[in-house]
Design a protein around this ligand. Structure first.
Ligand code: AMP
Length: 211
């Protein structure tokens, strides 16, 4: 099963992708996670993309498409995957189509801007394993420490307020057309992203027929 997950920054794509990945036993592939890893390791690629990611701008299409298409060649994705973070604009959606990559389901987590701003300010991510927590909704057992691997929890640079505003603008202008594109293909499923993480998860599982 090939699934794509879409939603505004902070709508909970990463968290729900992990739930779906475990339930369906398919790997989660996130372009944002790949980029953040390259940046933290200061690789050549990391140096090239750092400025875009840290200011909330989109990385140029050719760079990100190459990274993703290369990643998807890996054998672990041959039985399906859940893709998070790509495509972010119509050109990227067309690149996938040209490569013959289509999705069985496209999930949109539909959340209001007010709700999202609250979530982002509380979001903390594990520096080591990328697990996502929230100091309001999904607290770690011990403050600042990852429940799963004991790593340090940090606030992403791009979760800072000014960058968040820019990421929203990019989402409205560039990613909204991608949602319409998949809606017209008849594969879009919408879930209410203002609900709790558990309710969103249950709604997704039920719409995927695995509840
Ligand atoms: P995310 O974790 O998906 O919100 O991605 C974090 C940042 O990585 C974005 O704000 C962009 O700078 C960059 N990024 C991730 N995926 C893409 C993409 N498909 N196209 C362009 N930039 C991307």
């Amino acid at each position: 099963m090939k699934i794509l997950i879409l939603g505004a920054p902070g709508a909970g794509k990463g968290t729900q992708s992990k739930f779906i990945s475990e339930k369906l036993n398919i790997p989660h592939v996130s372009t944002g996670d790949i980029l953040r890893k390259e940046i933290s390791l200061s690789t050549e690629l990391g140096k090239k993309v750092r400025e875009y990611v840290e200011s909330g701008k989109l990385v140029p299409d050719e760079i990100i498409a190459d990274i993703l298409l290369n990643e998807l060649k890996n054998d672990i994705y041959k039985n399906g995957y859940i893709l998070d973070g790509f495509p972010r604009n119509l050109n990227q959606a067309r690149i996938l189509e040209e490569k013959g990559i289509a999705f069985d389901k496209v999930i949109l987590i539909d959340a209001s801007e007010d709700e999202i701003v609250k979530r982002l300010s509380g979001r903390r991510v594990c520096k080591n394993c990328n697990a996502v927590f929230n100091v309001y909704y999904n607290k770690p057992k011990v403050d600042g420490i990852c429940d799963y691997c004991g790593g340090e929890l940090i606030q992403r640079d791009d979760d800072k307020e000014e960058v968040v505003r820019n990421r929203f603008k990019v989402f409205y202008e560039q990613t909204m057309p991608v949602i319409n594109y998949y809606e017209q293909k008849g594969v879009l499923i919408k879930v209410n992203g203002n609900n709790s993480l558990d309710d969103i998860k249950n709604e997704i599982f039920s719409l995927l027929g695995v509840g």
